[in-house]
Ligand binder design. Structure first.
Ligand SMILES: [Fe+2]
Length: 265
């Protein structure tokens, strides 16, 4: 079995699932988090970086995929990512969205009063293992991939049934004492369905990219709180950022389809 070690990243938490002979990196963090991961492996775990035999990028945002590029380049760590990850930032408007999302990453760091770190990264991720809903992670078959579109079209979370552990990536966030959906919720209907899909999981340990690790006793109550928050919409502070999302060609196509369906009905 494994032990979980949390690494405080620049604007998110990264998790190392440490087995006796290998390590699974649960989400790749920002580009600037790579030295933090290296330090944790060397000083805290006394293991070589070569023991990380897989790094997962749950979705394309800078605090989840940014580190994957450098980990692959510098340490030849194989990367697993959702199969459609590169569609989100494709083309000119996708490139624009990539720049906006990177700037939003800087904005989050600035509001939290964190010192500047370089988090710019290539919008196109070279990865070794495409992930589909229901897949088992290569080399870590005890972890199941669950597709959870909504935040982006391709987000995934990871579930370890034996230990009842869920890595919720950017699907469940904890802000203060409350559980919240991410910003943005690009596809509301899909987000609700994704959250609903998680309800049936038996979860006792919740690993959040934003909110840390938490032992929980009532996962369905968290799911209900999340659904309520999604229905409430964005809090006033986030409303003004809405216009900064929606440039991805995937989401443009999604909205076009929605408009067509509305017209037809
Ligand atoms: Fe995200």
């Amino acid at each position: 079995m494994f032990t979980i070690h949390a690494v405080d990243g620049y604007i998110e938490t990264i998790y190392l699932a440490v087995y006796h002979d290998k390590v699974l990196l649960i989400d790749s963090g920002c580009r600037s988090d790579v030295p933090r991961i290296e330090q944790a492996m060397k000083r805290r775990l006394n293991r070589p970086m070569s023991q990380i035999s897989l790094a997962v990028a749950s979705h394309t945002h800078p605090d989840h995929a940014g580190g994957a590029h450098l980990l692959r380049e510098r340490h030849a760590i194989p990367v697993a990512a959702p199969k459609d990850i590169n569609r989100w930032y494709a083309g000119f408007t996708g490139g624009l969205q990539h720049k906006i999302d990177t700037m939003l990453g800087y904005f989050v760091a600035w509001t939290l009063k964190y010192p500047f770190e370089m988090i710019c990264y290539n919008k196109r991720l070279a990865y070794d293992h495409p992930l589909n809903d229901g897949d088992r992670l290569p080399g870590f078959e005890d972890w199941q991939v669950i597709a959870t579109p909504g935040h982006t079209s391709h987000d995934v979370v990871l579930y370890h049934a034996e230990t009842k552990t869920l890595y919720a990536a950017d699907v469940i966030l904890k802000v203060g004492t409350g559980y919240r959906p991410p910003f943005p919720v690009s596809m509301k209907k899909e987000m609700r369905e994704s959250i609903g899909k998680l309800r049936n999981l038996d979860v006792k340990l919740l690993l959040m990219a934003h909110g840390g690790a938490e032992k929980i006793t009532d996962f369905p109550a968290i799911i209900d709180a999340m659904l309520t928050e999604i229905d409430k919409g964005y809090p006033p502070g986030l409303q003004r950022f809405r216009k900064l999302e929606g440039f991805s060609p995937v989401i443009k196509k999604y909205y076009r389809q929605k408009r067509k369906e509305k017209k037809a009905s």
